[in-house]
Ligand binder design. Structure first.
Ligand SMILES: [Zn+2]
Ligand SMILES: [Zn+2]
Ligand SMILES: [Zn+2]
Ligand SMILES: [Zn+2]
Length: 270
């Protein structure tokens, strides 16, 4: 009799406390939740991708970085439901692993600095949902709402180091178009960057057309992908821009020394 009553007892399951599990899913550098790809050092300490890229060695044990990922933590991540990281700013969205990352990337409550702050040292900071309004109000001459625009770079031929930043607010996405004229190095760098990372990456290319003087004739035309600017810095990232010889572009200037060019942003998917 006694034996059978012991057998009918169910062996207890390991006890799971969700907040204990969540503690293990925090990146020790930025203190945000880890998300795939979850990278690790040779010993096994885990970091988020953004922090991992900036590290030279593991800050916890000094072991070298590896290409290995923690698939167990990644699977766990995808089973959990997270609040949007802009909860404190007012966002109430909750979603599972991958979906929350996608949401946060374009969350209207995410905090942004002014993408045109390098033009006039603008100090604006605010929620993404207020960004469009700010740019329309304070940078109305530097923001465009049509996907194709022709520009005049005044006095292109005068020898100074200059940078130009222009915004495109099109296809429900913000793009920053940057031109950096470095006469000293004899180079001009050009790029069109996506302000959001996950949602729109790979979905847009841009076409840069240099005109012959102030005519509609094309001197040259190049297509390149719109790439995300990883640290939102104003410097041009290596391998992510087009490079032209300054002297070559000078040849295409009009008589007054101005360079005319057009930029068109093109969605790649239908
Ligand atoms: Zn991190
Ligand atoms: Zn380590
Ligand atoms: Zn949100
Ligand atoms: Zn601003």
């Amino acid at each position: 009799m006694e034996t059978s009553s012991i057998l009918s007892l169910k062996k207890p399951e390991p006890n799971l406390n969700v907040s204990d599990v969540l503690c293990e899913l925090v990146c020790p550098v930025c203190l945000n939740y880890l998300y795939p790809p979850i990278k690790q050092c040779a010993t096994g300490h885990t970091y988020c991708e953004d922090c991992f890229q900036k590290l030279t060695r593991c800050p916890e044990c000094r072991a070298p970085k590896t290409e290995a990922r923690s698939f167990v933590l990644e699977r766990l991540y995808n089973k959990l439901t997270f609040p949007c990281k802009f909860y404190d700013e007012g966002c109430q969205v909750l979603a599972k692993g991958v979906n929350i990352k996608y949401h946060e990337d374009g969350c209207e409550y995410s905090m942004k600095r002014c993408p045109l702050r390098f033009n006039n040292n603008c100090k604006w900071q605010g929620k993404k949902l207020e960004l469009d309004l700010h740019c329309k109000k304070d940078h109305s001459t530097n923001i465009y709402f049509e996907s194709s625009q022709t520009f005049k770079c005044k006095d292109f031929c005068s020898n100074v180091h200059r940078k130009y930043y222009i915004l495109f607010s099109v296809f429900e996405e913000m793009f920053r178009c940057s031109m950096d004229i470095n006469e000293e190095k004899g180079l001009v760098r050009f790029g069109v960057y996506l302000m959001s990372k996950i949602r729109s990456l790979g979905k847009f290319v841009y076409q840069l057309t240099i005109k012959k003087g102030d005519t509609e004739l094309e001197a040259m035309s190049v297509k390149a992908p719109c790439i995300h600017l990883t640290d939102d810095a104003h410097r041009f990232e290596k391998d992510k821009y087009l490079i032209f010889k300054y002297n070559m572009l000078k040849e295409f200037c009009g008589e007054a020394g101005d360079l005319y060019y057009s930029v068109k942003i093109i969605p790649t998917a239908p």
